[in-house]
Design a protein around this ligand. Structure first.
Ligand SMILES: [Zn+2]
Length: 170
């Protein structure tokens, strides 16, 4: 059994309530420059802590979405990756490609919305929610704790954003 519908097909609007949902999960549209402008306005040490918090929040909450995708379609690792590959563009989170390299997982993201129009001079990779979501997806797919980091970021001058997930230290 495969995922019966796509995220875009599941998304509904309730204009009376002023909300959009994927089933029980509420979503929000926000301009990326508005969102990322938070980080551009912080001092470097504050920015690092805020981006870590953004990543950790996405690990916790994004995992619920990835787990839901998995449960909707009884997805094995490859099918989960395929669902993430299909869903990311529909969310506006760029184009994701996940590849295995032994115990490691490599993710390439083209056109990350978090880095695309970053208004400040970045001092570190800034696509924290992608690193968080990749951490969650990698853990669910492999069935063990994984840690993902962004290695190269468009906000630092790279042509694409690259992430790597590795097994967490025991
Ligand atoms: Zn990036």
């Amino acid at each position: 059994m495969t995922n019966p519908t796509t995220f875009r097909e599941r998304l509904t609007w309730d204009l009376e309530k002023g909300e959009m949902r994927d089933g029980p999960v509420r979503y929000l549209l926000i301009r990326p420059d508005t969102l990322m402008g938070i980080f551009a306005r912080l001092e470097p040490a504050e920015r690092a802590r805020a981006l870590d918090a953004f990543k950790n929040s996405t690990i916790e909450h994004g995992r619920k979405s990835a787990s839901r995708y998995q449960q909707m379609g009884n997805l094995d690792a490859e099918a989960l990756f395929a669902t993430i590959h299909a869903t990311s563009p529909q969310l506006g989170w760029g184009r994701w490609t996940i590849e295995r390299d032994g115990d490691l997982l490599n993710l390439t993201v083209r056109n990350s919305p978090f880095a695309a129009d970053y208004e400040a001079k970045a001092d570190r990779p800034i696509c924290a929610p992608i690193a968080g979501m990749f951490t969650a997806v990698a853990g669910l797919a492999t069935g063990r704790p994984m840690v993902a980091d962004e290695l190269e970021c468009v906000a630092l001058g790279a042509s694409v954003c690259r992430f790597q997930a590795r097994p967490a230290q025991a």
